[in-house]
Design a protein. Structure first.
Length: 270
């Protein structure tokens, strides 16, 4: 496990390390995202545990893993919609879970171990946006990491918060994220771009009226947005926003996969 001296944090604390899809149909969802983003899907099994599927770029045991996918566990089926959830590395899962609760958030699933992988918990911020935290066990042969802007990687994370300033203050305290800059969006409010160890990793804002509840959204990198839009439609997904150019010249869309999970795509060109 990651260890730090009391009162200090490692460079890993607050880093997004994984993204996970919970869906009612892993076979269909796997085919959809393989076509749209370019991932390969590989099953990972452990004794006495449900099947888990890895989203990876390339082939082989050591190729970069971007995220995972699982079927709804029986206790959640029908209670929540299909969804993507991000994992953030923390130095002490139990301590950070307590930090969430003590600062107005809540623990959705108490910390527990995944043998050989790490200790994780499901938590929610004070406005109800859900995220996972994990203290990972460093692997003996760590896979190579994709560049942040590489095709297939998670290129951006976005929080539609109950209150953008309050959300930033909360995450800054528990994860150590810093404000890179504010972007004034006029009537839509202020978009706060946040950083981890000096690198921009996402943004947050007070949610617009059309977003029903506070939530996180994850953007997957693709080569070009128009071609990706056609792949989304051909695979049975829907485009709910975009294509739209964002500051810096990149293009984005937001959509729903055929099972109803919300996702987004990011590309350097139209």
């Amino acid at each position: 496990m990651l260890q730090t001296a009391p009162g200090s944090r490692s460079e890993t604390h607050g880093k997004f390390i994984w993204c996970e899809l919970m869906t009612p149909d892993t076979d269909a969802a796997g085919k959809f995202y393989s076509s749209v983003v370019g991932w390969t899907v590989n099953e990972w099994t452990m004794p006495d545990m449900p099947s888990y599927f890895l989203f990876q770029m390339g082939e082989g045991d050591n190729c970069p893993g971007i995220g995972g996918m699982m079927n709804f566990p029986p206790e959640l089926e029908g209670r929540i919609p299909p969804n993507w959830t991000g994992y953030v590395a923390v130095d002490d899962c139990d301590r950070t879970a307590k930090d969430f609760a003590e600062n107005g958030g809540r623990v959705q699933r108490e910390p527990e171990d995944i043998p050989g992988i790490g200790r994780f918990a499901v938590v929610a911020d004070p406005h109800g946006a859900v995220i996972c935290i994990m203290t990972p066990i460093p692997p003996e042969n760590p896979p190579q990491e994709l560049a942040p802007d590489a095709v297939g990687n998670v290129g951006w994370r976005e929080l539609y918060a109950g209150n953008g300033q309050e959300a930033f203050d909360f995450y800054s305290k528990v994860f150590g994220w810093t404000l890179d800059h504010d972007f004034d969006m006029g009537p839509m409010g202020v978009y706060k771009v946040f950083a981890h160890n000096g690198r921009q990793i996402g943004g947050m804002m007070t949610r617009p009226e059309q977003v029903p509840v506070p939530c996180w959204c994850y953007y997957f990198n693709v080569d070009a947005i128009d071609a990706a839009v056609e792949r989304v439609k051909a695979g049975g997904g829907q485009i709910v926003m975009g294509p739209m150019e964002v500051p810096g010249g990149s293009w984005i869309i937001q959509g729903q996969d055929p099972q109803g999970a919300f996702f987004a795509l990011l590309a350097p060109k139209r």
